[in-house]
Design a protein around this ligand. Structure first.
Ligand code: N2P
Length: 430
């Protein structure tokens, strides 16, 4: 017994030391494909230069907001920095899961937060929660619109100009849908309530608030039709599929679209991205420090580093997403005479005519078509159930058959064993 105790104590000691000194470890939880190559290694080096301390980043990724949230909300995992979208930031704020950010200890010459903050982003973040300013708890990372990425040699501009293109049988087997329930719910409810939107009896903002049961049922019925036509629900592989001509229509985020358009052009594809005039959503992902974080000072330094303009530019160029950084050097890095001048003064004050990619920086007009998503609280469960019904029925029938076969074999075995037992005891009695 004594020996067992010694072994157990040693095992616990080894396990704890494997976890390492938490002051030297930073746990970052980010979306996949959402950071420049070597940025993490550069942060570790910069951190040591600035503080004289070593830091080791444990970097993990997620594909959907809801998976990330579950790990923190239910699992209480000790990530130091995570990158949720607006409506999840709202939910985390409402449930007291976020720590306020404090950059005051960072010396001015390496404090990148101040210039980073675009008034546009600050304003949008204030809309996240009317009672608590989300700017005190989060620093925006990337943002963008949701729209339709399409192959313009297969799909006309008119066909792609409506969300209903995802239900167009002409493109059966060539349609991809984001595996992101909220980002799909928005466009579908906008399509279904288009008449009321045009008549002005409902607003986009109202449609983004908590759904009625009828709204959810209508969206579900619509998606049941869509799933018969799609070639996949995707979190990240959609951009590759589009860039390799395997799919022609993709309900997607602008960042994936920018990436796919550039990659597709290399093999001669004519991919385009449009935000339908019917209306859409605009989303913002921001760095936050959850309340179970163990290394708040390194987390604060990490968020600050991600705001350094050259780092923001690298992340932006390598992922295709638009940085939330409001520093003018970020805009300058994107100027390209190949594009017609557009008005991005809503983001960079004074920039009324700049030659930048309108898929990357949406025009003022596009922005005006979009609403922000909000947390649905308890109703989120209804959405998640609806989503799994829609995706579940699409599931692999082989799995269902295998499970059914295993259950049947188990029942047969149980019945046979019992019958044999009875036979044996009868024979004994005789
Ligand atoms: C990139 C993820 C983008 C997140 N893979 C959009 N909210």
């Amino acid at each position: 017994m004594k020996k067992l105790f010694v072994w157990l104590a040693a095992a616990i000691l080894i396990a704890t030391s494997c976890e390492g000194d938490r002051s030297k470890t930073l746990k970052v939880y980010n979306w996949s494909d959402y950071i420049g190559e070597d940025v993490i290694a550069d942060f570790e080096e910069w951190y040591q230069e600035q503080t004289g301390e070593e830091i080791h980043v444990v970097y993990q990724t997620f594909d959907v907001n809801e998976a990330m949230l579950a790990k923190i909300e239910k699992g209480h995992e000790d990530f130091d920095v995570v990158c949720p979208s607006d409506y999840i930031i709202e939910r985390m704020l409402n449930s007291g899961l976020l720590l306020p950010l404090d950059f005051s200890a960072i010396p001015d010459e390496i404090n990148y937060i101040v210039n980073n903050r675009s008034p546009y982003i600050e304003g949008m973040f204030r809309q996240i929660n009317p009672d608590i300013d989300a700017n005190d708890y989060s620093v925006a990372y990337m943002w963008g619109t949701t729209g339709i990425l399409y192959n313009a040699d297969k799909v006309t501009d008119e066909e792609a100009a409506t969300w209903d293109v995802i239900r167009n049988p002409k493109f059966a087997g060539k349609i991809l849908i984001k595996d992101a329930p909220r980002d799909v719910y928005g466009p579908v409810i906008i399509t279904l309530r288009q008449k009321e939107l045009q008549e002005g009896t409902v607003t986009l903002d109202q449609l983004m608030q908590n759904p009625t049961d009828k709204d959810l049922a209508d969206v579900e019925a619509y998606l049941m039709e869509v799933r018969e036509l799609i070639c996949g629900w995707e979190a990240d592989f959609g951009k590759d599929q589009m860039a390799q001509d395997r799919a022609w229509v993709s309900l997607n985020w602008a960042g994936d679209a920018v990436w796919a358009i550039e990659e597709g052009a290399e093999i001669g594809l004519n991919l385009k991205y449009v935000v339908p005039e019917e209306g859409s959503t605009v989303w913002f992902d921001g760095w936050v420090i959850p309340k179970y974080a163990q290394n708040i000072s390194a987390a604060t330094m990490f968020i600050n580093f991600m705001c350094r303009p050259d780092i923001a530019i690298r992340n932006m160029e390598e992922t295709g997403y638009i940085s939330s950084n409001g520093d003018i050097s970020v805009l300058e890095s994107q100027i390209d005479e190949e594009f017609d001048p557009i008005d991005v003064s809503y983001f960079f004050p004074g920039a009324t005519e700049v030659c930048v990619d309108p898929t990357l920086y949406p025009t003022r007009h596009t922005i005006e078509l979009c609403a922000l998503e909000h947390d649905w609280g308890q109703d989120t469960e209804k959405l998640i159930s609806m989503w799994s019904r829609v995706k579940g029925q699409n599931a692999d029938y082989t799995t269902v058959i295998v499970i059914a076969a295993v259950v049947l074999i188990a029942i047969a075995w149980f019945v046979r064993t019992n019958m044999n037992k009875k036979k044996r005891s009868k024979a004994k009695r005789k």
